[in-house]
Design a binder for this molecule. Structure first.
Ligand SMILES: NC(=O)c1ccc[n+]([C@@H]2O[C@H](COP(=O)([O-])OP(=O)(O)OC[C@H]3O[C@@H](n4cnc5c(N)ncnc54)[C@H](O)[C@@H]3O)[C@@H](O)[C@H]2O)c1
Length: 291
């Protein structure tokens, strides 16, 4: 029996890709699974696949950008399983791959609504449920390596993923007293269909003028990069391993360590510069009052 046995996890964007991989790994831990996704057909297929392994699955269609739909998921999860212990905020989209001057508002809004507000709404609705039974629980937010350093021509995606990392850091402190462990998953490339997120773009986020894809964009090669990534089945297992170890940042690509280290070194060097500035000498040794 593991610490997860018999407990209930709610997973967004769970019909395929990383969400489904996490759902399968949690099902292997004998958790009850509340599988949600915007794509009803794929959701049905994924739920049947999971059920066939003998776990209890509730599937609910959910667009994470719609707060009232999260309320429906909460009601149905409680009606079926009585309690919720874990939220996996996984649903996400790649968005437009374009230069600063070619971006359009609807494209930005879509990525903000799904990748950021989807995470915010999920936590807003599920945290009260996870804290009310007193058994503790988990929030796993799916960010990206793009949240550890911005990607040129991928402004909206990088911005939302960095925001999810920052939110997770804040929530870890905020939810400690409620015995809810927060983690943030930051994968690099994983073999999924993220490069074709367009299939999930609702009509209200479609613009008359399609955002011009910049040929310099790294996202232009997104399919090729994603297909060269790690097998998606590893990710769910890695999440379970990391949760068992109480890891906050969950990495799936140890080969990216140098990239993040380089950023940390640049930040440290910039602090050194500030500490040498004649303008700032009066606060160099000032003690900080932590919040
Ligand atoms: N695949 C990668 O290389 C990679 C790398 C880093 C981070 N991620 C992140 O992993 C998460 C999962 O992505 P994936 O790679 O499995 O992509 P995917 O496109 O294969 O799967 C995404 C799932 O989310 C669903 N979805 C899309 N919009 C939704 C919405 N508004 N509401 C609810 N569900 C919605 C889709 O139907 C799909 O089932 C995302 O947050 C993504 O940013 C992926």
């Amino acid at each position: 029996m593991s610490q997860f046995t018999g407990k209930t996890a709610v997973i967004s964007g769970g019909a395929e890709g990383i969400g489904l991989s996490i759902a399968k790994a949690l099902a292997e831990q004998n958790m009850n699974i509340v599988l949600t996704d915007i794509n009803e057909e794929n959701l049905k297929k994924a739920s049947l696949e999971l059920e066939a392994t003998g776990v209890s699955v509730l599937s609910v269609v959910l667009d994470v950008a719609e707060e009232d739909q999260w309320e429906v998921v909460a009601e149905q999860a409680i009606a079926r399983f009585g309690k919720v212990h874990m939220l996996v905020n996984n649903a996400g989209v790649g968005g437009d791959s374009t230069s600063i001057e070619n971006q359009n508002k609807k494209g930005w809004q879509w990525v903000l609504d799904v990748n950021l507000m989807g995470v915010v709404f999920g936590a807003k609705v599920m945290v009260p449920l996870i804290s009310e039974h007193g058994e503790g629980g988990w929030i796993v937010n799916v960010a990206s390596m793009a949240g550890m350093g911005g990607v040129p021509y991928g402004g909206a995606y990088s911005a939302t993923k960095a925001a999810v990392v920052a939110l997770s850091e804040g929530w870890a402190g905020e939810l400690e007293s409620k015995d809810i462990n927060v983690s943030v998953l930051c994968p690099a490339f994983v073999q999924t269909r993220i490069y074709n997120s367009e299939r999930n773009r609702p009509a209200q986020y479609k613009s008359d003028t399609k955002a011009k894809v910049d040929e310099n964009s790294f996202f232009n090669r997104a399919k090729e990069m994603v297909e060269s990534g790690i097998d998606v089945s590893i990710v769910g297992k890695r999440v379970v391993e990391a949760l068992n170890d109480g890891e906050f940042y969950i990495f799936t690509h140890p080969n990216y360590r140098e990239v993040v280290q380089m950023r940390s070194s640049e930040i440290d060097a910039a602090f050194k510069k500030a500490s040498e500035s004649p303008l700032l000498q009066h606060i160099v040794n000032q003690k900080i009052k932590m919040l």
